[in-house]
Design a protein around this ligand. Structure first.
Ligand code: AGP
Length: 608
């Protein structure tokens, strides 16, 4: 996804735009640019390739004046990360920044070619600037020209328009990608999210699907998808500035890993009563005795939290669960049996694949439930019930505290379901809830092996390929360990069910390919020992992540081991996320990659 920002201010816009883009750089960082309207009405752009710092440097030598402006930080969808493809895209008298995909841009490009209008870039976004200019040239005013243009666009977009000779006008539009308007004191702002606008204002209006807004310093006129005036709520959205700073850590990822004992405590406090052993989460009347099936849908790490949750719902609540990758879900045309609740998990609440899957399920599932980290996000707002995961702002592209908070939230829901469906008596419920209360302390204990992990990670970083193995509820953790490692260190890593090793992946085992085995001492441990022996018998190096009992039983042949605290079985998938995160973090540092903003990635992918 990309980050977009707009300012109608009483001060020079360029520095404000840059600061806002800094807070959105996690959304995409292939290129960046700004445009301003100078005091004499001139519309000018500055664009650079790569990180935002390159644009800041460029502006030192080629400053832009003006108190009205728009800005953009890009995650490339159409067209390479070049200066020519960077936003803003400018036609003669209009500049535009865009987050999303214009799906019919080729047809529109042909339409303009017939009008003799040439295309200069490889992007889809340029079509928006050229079309708007085309209608301006036909005598339409900016608002009309934008409306005519919007009516022709198909796909997903958040757009901000700036016009020559108009230093008190920004037009913003939203369809499929989030966009917020910030209300200042005689100033107005636009941003992809409240984080971008936090230092300027906490008075935020979220545009709804299909809205566009004509904004001046006096305020915003908002129109719905039918062109009718719409009143959208101005809400106070408080973003603690400290949440979006590194607070002394070298990387956001390190900070967010370290925050897990506290934020998991926040989840438990939010949803467990201190007095009695009740789970107080407001599920708006969901009655688990009437639910026949759960359909869990998500992407990436959020999807892996669903795979863990499947074990819990089926084991403790005896509730059948389907789990789908969001981008596959709606195309397999899954039949919905009566009594199905569809659950969508998304840290950002804006992932396009997950949002599209939610919209597919609407009207088919009995109810739409979501677990999100951004309560005002699109997925939250389109759900019947949205359950916040209380992870706090997660900036680093690699999802860490959101994952463990998703799991903790799921654990509580699974126990609630088990209780309601009569599979947990008071004593057992008390035991499980008391186990959960140990989680923050156990996570802190797990974090204490950081130095040992760092040493192992340096050795692991020399490999080009790594296998991760896990059984049962630890299988999704093997997948998560592989995802974490590959996405921030760029080491090729694959997660497998331990039992699957002999059915193919063992062909990869050799001296150069370490195998990471995540195996607390549980009922399946003996089988996992066999898998480890199979690896070591072929010269493979095993890194065992397990409790001390398991490490002792595994014997001398293990290459390296990381000892975890003993823990109740239900908590193990949450706890073992910590060494997986730390392993990836330190391997990435050893490899010198950009931990918080890995190449090609973005924090939330708002395009399908
Ligand atoms: C996880 O480390 C990745 N950054 C990515 O897989 C992420 O989990 C996925 O894109 C889903 O994002 P969401 O939770 O915001 O929907």
């Amino acid at each position: 996804m990309c980050g977009i920002v707009g300012v109608l201010g009483n001060h020079e816009a360029a520095p404000i735009l840059i600061e806002a883009l800094k807070r959105m750089e996690y959304r995409g960082y292939d290129s960046a640019g700004i445009a301003t309207i100078s005091s004499n009405g001139t519309l000018e752009c500055r664009r650079t390739v790569g990180k935002l710092v390159n644009l800041s440097d460029h502006l030192v030598h080629a400053p832009l004046q003006g108190k009205a402006g728009i800005g953009h930080t890009r995650w490339a969808t159409h067209g390479a990360a070049t200066k020519n493809n960077a936003h803003p895209h400018q036609a003669k008298s209009v500049a535009v920044v865009h987050n999303g995909i214009i799906e019919n841009y080729r047809e529109l490009r042909a339409f303009l070619a017939n009008e003799g209008i040439a295309y200069q870039t490889d992007t889809d976004t340029e079509i928006v600037a050229l079309l708007t200019q085309h209608y301006l040239d036909q005598g339409q005013d900016p608002a009309q020209a934008v409306q005519t243009t919007l009516a022709q666009l198909e796909g997903a977009f958040a757009l901000c328009f700036l016009f020559m000779n108009q230093n008190d006008l920004i037009i913003a539009a939203r369809k499929g990608s989030p966009l917020a308007i910030g209300h200042g004191d005689g100033e107005m702002f636009v941003g992809s999210d409240a984080i971008a606008l936090a230092p300027m204002t906490d008075q935020i209006t979220y545009l709804e699907e299909g809205d566009h807004a004509v904004i001046t310093r006096a305020g915003a006129e908002i129109f719905d998808e039918n062109g009718q005036r719409a009143n959208r709520e101005i809400r106070q959205v408080h973003i603690d500035g400290a949440e979006i700073e590194k607070a002394g850590y070298k990387h956001f990822m390190a900070k967010e890993i370290a925050q897990q004992p506290v934020v998991i405590g926040d989840v438990l406090n939010a949803y467990m009563s201190a007095e009695d052993n009740a789970i107080t989460m407001d599920l708006k009347g969901i009655d688990f005795t009437k639910i026949e099936r759960l359909s869990l849908v998500a992407c990436g790490t959020a999807y892996l939290s669903c795979l863990v949750a499947k074990y819990w719902f089926e084991r403790y609540a005896r509730l059948p669960v389907d789990v789908d990758i969001a981008s596959e879900f709606r195309y397999r045309e899954a039949p919905f049996v009566p009594g199905t609740v569809a659950v969508f998990v998304s840290q950002s609440g804006e992932t396009a694949d997950t949002l599209a899957a939610l919209r597919y399920a609407k009207g088919k599932a009995d109810m739409i439930l979501s677990l999100v980290n951004v309560p005002e996000s699109s997925i939250a707002r389109e759900s019947d019930v949205a359950v916040p995961i209380h992870a706090g702002v997660e900036v680093s592209v690699a999802s860490t505290k959101a994952f463990t908070c998703q799991l903790t939230t799921f654990a509580l829901i699974a126990l609630r379901a088990a209780r309601e469906r009569g599979h947990l008596d008071d004593n057992k419920m008390e035991k499980y809830l008391n186990d959960l209360r140990k989680l923050p302390g156990l996570i802190s204990h797990a974090l204490s092996i950081n130095d040992e992990v760092e040493t192992v990670a340096r050795a692991l970083a020399e490999a080009n390929d790594v296998l991760f193995l896990g059984r049962g509820q630890m299988f999704p953790l093997a997948l998560e360990g592989a995802l974490k490692l590959k996405e921030i260190s760029y080491i090729h890593a694959e997660g497998y069910a331990s039992g699957e090793l002999k059915h193919g992946p063992i062909a990869l085992v050799d001296q150069a390919t370490p195998t990471v085995v995540m195996a607390p001492h549980d009922a399946l441990f003996d089988k996992t020992v066999s898998n480890m022996q199979e690896v070591m018998a072929r010269g493979g190096k095993v890194l065992l992540i397990a409790d001390s009992k398991a490490c002792k039983e595994a014997g001398e042949g293990v290459w390296k081991s990381l000892i975890m605290p003993e823990s109740p079985e239900m908590l193990q998938p949450i706890l073992y996320a910590i060494p997986a995160q730390l392993l990836a973090y330190h391997a990435a540092i050893a490899r010198g990659t950009d931990v918080d903003q890995p190449r090609n990635l973005a924090k939330s992918v708002t395009v399908e």
